[in-house]
Design a protein around this ligand. Structure first.
Ligand code: GDP
Length: 301
């Protein structure tokens, strides 16, 4: 992810560095190029406008231009603006791990479109909680629409070495969620990951089903899984889920691919929800914490 954006921004900044002393026009020209690079990376227009306005405001002042290394100052200002767009800020790296600070069993609801990587991410989260935090995790698939889905989660659970809720044919998603919470309370699980059904596109039936399960389970985290490769669609999907269901965090998958990265930069401004985790591959340990400062560093690499 971010390869094209990163190489374009590096080109802009290399040219700035070579100039030495900078005029206001040099900075304005560089900012125009930054703007084009962000738009080409599919960053949402309001986010691009806001980001470049902030950089302009901070970079065009005499202090920056008269400093010993003006180009370096401009790069730092762009870096800070990227960190802010990604959800970090002054003295706050923006890193948001999962919040499981609630009485056990803590329900975590996984939502998102089909193929986004929801089930895989459920397995990855279970593995992380089991190995890093020694939590006892129960995985439950509420996907009654694709018969293979429940089996897929069962297989994943076996690979991870955690329990999956036994499959009972004919139950509704709500009934499965009730059974999962019941088992979790009786058998003293720490965390219950509820993997809901996805659809190919947003539809009302999907939203109603997810909302019903959410109202019952009252999850401590509702994690929306989106595929970084889908670009602007990922942002639109996130906006719809945020409006109709309400999410506490976003997991962006397939950052190991050649996604342009605009979705990651737009998500916070458009949805208000923080990106919490990144999926960086098919393997079950390919799950990263989201650190805005590190991502900005990767972009400006
Ligand atoms: P779901 O329909 O949302 O539950 O999606 P799945 O979890 O079944 O994932 C769909 C496909 O995407 C599978 O082949 C996964 O191995 C793959 N996948 C999931 N997350 C990632 C990721 O972060 N990177 C890559 N490259 N593939 C992923």
């Amino acid at each position: 992810m971010f390869e094209a954006l990163s190489s374009k921004l590096n080109g802009v900044f290399d040219r700035l560095r070579r100039r030495g002393a900078l005029s206001e026009t040099d900075v304005q020209e560089a900012l125009r190029e930054v703007r084009v690079a962000l738009l080409e990376a599919d960053v949402a227009l309001p986010v691009v406008k806001d980001l470049t306005a902030r950089v302009r405001e901070r970079a065009v002042g005499q202090e920056v231009l008269k400093s010993v290394s003006p180009a370096q100052q401009v790069i730092k200002i762009v870096n800070d603006a990227l960190v802010e767009a990604l959800g970090g800020g002054e003295g706050d790296t923006g890193a948001r791990g999962l919040d499981l600070n609630a009485p056990a069993p803590v329900p975590v609801l996984m939502v998102g479109l089909q193929g986004s990587g929801k089930t895989t991410t459920s397995g990855k989260i279970a593995l992380r909680l089991k190995t890093r935090e020694k939590k006892k995790v129960l995985l439950a698939s509420l996907d009654v629409h694709r018969p293979a889905a429940q089996l897929q989660l069962e297989t994943l659970a076996k690979q991870v070495g955690v329990t999956s809720l036994p499959i009972v044919a004919g139950q509704t998603p709500l009934q499965i969620a009730e059974r999962a919470m019941d088992v979790a309370r009786r058998e003293l699980y720490d965390v219950v990951v509820l993997d809901t059904a996805g659809r190919l596109a947003i539809d009302e039936a999907l939203m109603a089903e997810v909302a019903q399960v959410k109202a019952f389970a009252r999850p401590h985290e509702t994690l929306l899984v989106v595929d970084a490769m889908t670009g602007q669609d990922a942002v639109n999907t996130a906006r719809a889920f945020q409006e109709k269901v309400g999410v506490t965090g976003i997991v962006m998958t397939r950052i190991d691919g050649d996604a342009r990265g605009g979705a990651a930069l737009s998500m916070r401004a458009v949805t208000g929800a923080p990106i919490k985790l990144l999926g960086a591959g098919e393997k079950l340990d390919a799950l990263e914490d989201f650190h805005p400062d590190r991502i900005a560093g990767r972009i400006l690499g």
